[in-house]
Design a protein around this ligand. Structure first.
Ligand SMILES: [Mn+2]
Length: 427
């Protein structure tokens, strides 16, 4: 099992090279008037939640190729997340999906999480699939359905998810509005949206004290003609109509090709309605690839808007940062270690943007220097900064290398197959 000794031994073997890399970077940053420690202090505030559905191998419409040692239930998933957090020190919360990871006893799961040093971020409802014991079908929609009984069922499900979340200590619910139509004429475009809003009002009215509700938009899929909450504009209409505690969730993959996602983020910040993120990356559609793997510059530009918003609003700006990925080829735990690292790198680069210089160049319409100010930050190799933050927090200088050295996957593969699995110690 993964223990502190392996982290320490691996760190020791990497320490010398790390020191030299960090010193070189610190010297470079000093020339720009930037000190390492304040950057690390701000980088430490960036934490991201691990989704409960990302610990097992995902699949495509065509097939699934499961790996050895996948977690068999939510408890084993929590154990894997504890290992990920132990290595990254930046992912202490879990975003739970219901019913996929519905706990039999929320109190017991909460205790298990606490023992592992974990907590819960937004809970996710699901009205885009029919479940075994469910009386009415979502084939033609859920919260938007023409039949009030189906809408009632979907509302009741969301209320149930909030109740489970409340017992777990969660403080928000993400609702992906997957309803839509695949053919012109299938659904009355305005009425479908109005019914969705009316249903969400019922959910919002029962939002527990101190909770937030996130609406998640998507342009197409599973519906191919008109998604009810197709874009950030529709999501914003819902959040504004619902009230102060409703806001929009931006899934990076839920935009049509070439959409300027950082601009969407900026607009939602202006409206005071940026609730949270689902980080991932995409080449063609909702590909759910590793965040930063396809469009690292876009990820940096999104982070740049977030860091800029913190500058203006301080602690009042507090979106929920979550990952939403499907790991079909990579070991899911390794992919998540890589993702957290990628996100921290992008955020660290955004922290290095010389904002005074950028303001100056923007005010003076110096296009080239404004762009170069961003590029200077983006092209800085911040890997030693992120590694140093992990090291200081007791994590791994190189999380994937440490994970591989630990033999964790092989060990749980044996135990989980044999059925005598003993949860690992928290890092
Ligand atoms: Mn999502």
């Amino acid at each position: 099992m993964l223990d502190r000794d392996i982290v320490q031994r691996t760190n020791e073997s990497l320490e010398d090279a790390h020191r030299r890399d960090l010193d070189m970077l610190a010297e470079q940053l000093r020339r720009r008037g930037v000190e390492v420690d304040p950057v690390l202090a701000r980088l430490a505030l960036f934490q991201v939640a691990i989704p409960s559905w990302a610990l097992g191998t995902g699949g495509t419409r065509f097939g699934r190729f499961p790996g050895d040692g996948e977690p068999r239930d939510i408890y084993e998933k929590m154990d894997d997340i504890a290992v990920i957090h132990g290595l990254t020190r930046a992912s202490p919360r879990v975003s739970l999906h219901i019913p996929w990871d519905e706990p039999d006893d929320p109190g017991r799961l909460r205790d298990h999480a606490t023992e592992l040093g974990l907590g819960f971020d937004a809970v996710n409802s699901n009205t885009f699939q029919d479940q075994a014991a469910q009386p009415l079908s979502y084939k033609f929609g859920s919260l938007c359905h023409t039949d009030p009984a189906v809408r009632e069922q979907a509302i009741a499900h969301n209320l149930h998810v909030m109740e489970v979340g409340r017992e777990l200590g969660s403080r928000s619910i993400s609702i992906w509005l997957a309803d839509g139509s695949s053919f012109p004429g299938q659904m009355h475009l305005r009425r479908g949206f109005e019914r969705t809003l009316a249903s969400l009002e019922q959910v919002y009215a029962r939002l527990p004290e101190g909770w937030r509700l996130f609406t998640e938009h998507k342009p197409y899929e599973p519906a191919f003609y008109a998604t009810v909450v197709q874009d950030w504009g529709s999501s914003l209409l819902l959040a504004q109509a619902l009230g102060e505690r409703a806001s929009c969730l931006v899934d990076l993959g839920h935009h049509l090709p070439n959409t300027n996602v950082e601009l969407v983020v900026a607009r939602l910040i202006t409206a005071g309605k940026l609730g949270g993120f689902h980080f991932n990356d995409a080449k063609y559609g909702d590909d759910d690839l590793t965040a930063g793997s396809i469009k690292p510059y876009q990820l940096f530009l999104v982070m740049n808007e977030l860091v800029d918003a913190v500058r203006d609003a301080g602690d009042a700006f507090d979106p929920a940062y979550m990952i939403d990925q499907s790991h079909n080829l990579k070991d899911p735990m390794e992919a998540l270690l890589q993702t957290v690292d990628n996100l921290q790198r992008a955020y660290a680069k955004a922290l290095l943007v010389d904002r005074e210089a950028l303001d100056h160049h923007q005010e003076n319409n110096d296009v080239l220097m404004a762009e170069e100010t961003l590029r200077t930050a983006f092209e800085t190799d911040v890997r030693p900064l992120v590694a140093e933050l992990r090291r200081r927090g007791g994590g791994a200088l190189d999380p994937v290398a440490t994970f591989r050295a630990s033999g964790y996957r092989a060990e749980v593969a044996g135990a989980r197959r044999r059925g005598d699995y003993v949860p690992p110690q928290s890092l």
